[in-house]
Design a protein around this ligand. Structure first.
Ligand code: TYD
Length: 142
């Protein structure tokens, strides 16, 4: 299936709000798009840093700002869109073969990523031209 910008969706997570603070559990549930194989988080990111210019051949992910804010630029080879993430109870679902960049980190922000695969460098497309070629190939095959 060819993935497009519109396949990237905001996913709302449960928020248990109490006067003493909020809690958001994430667990396998109806509506969550994949089984989580790995969690990683970015922190101590210097304000203004850009990260994550790459796409994945297979991996799907949900990107959450659990603290502070940052922008996620998504690009399907035809269109680009920017999502500002700034709350801990929702995340951006990014399917396979979407180029994504993380920018405009506020200082002290923490980016949590829920991923469908364990770390595998072979799953990365780190070169934008290579991504476009791969995407074109995917379009031809689909
Ligand atoms: P990378 O995915 O390139 O981060 P970003 O695109 O956000 O800058 O990862 C940076 C480094 O961390 C790279 O050497 C691979 C390593 N890494 C792991 O070892 N395990 C992981 O789960 C991730 C996400 C990265």
């Amino acid at each position: 299936m060819i993935t497009r910008i519109d396949d990237c969706k905001i996913i709302y997570l449960n928020r248990i709000a109490r006067p003493e603070g909020n809690l958001t559990p994430v667990e396998r549930a109806n509506g969550f798009p994949f089984d989580i194989a790995r969690i990683y988080y970015l922190y101590d990111v210097p304000g203004g840093t850009d990260r994550g210019g790459h796409a994945h051949r297979v991996l799907e992910q949900v990107i959450i700002s659990v603290m502070g804010s940052f922008d996620v630029i998504i690009d399907d080879g035809w269109q680009r869109k920017v999502h500002n993430l700034n709350r801990a109870h929702y995340g951006l679902y990014v399917p396979k073969l979407i180029w994504r960049e993380l920018t405009n980190f506020s200082s002290g922000s923490v980016c949590l990523v829920l991923a469908s695969l364990r770390y595998d460098e072979n799953d990365y497309l780190r070169n934008y031209e290579e991504f476009l070629r791969y995407k074109e190939n995917d379009r031809t095959i689909s």
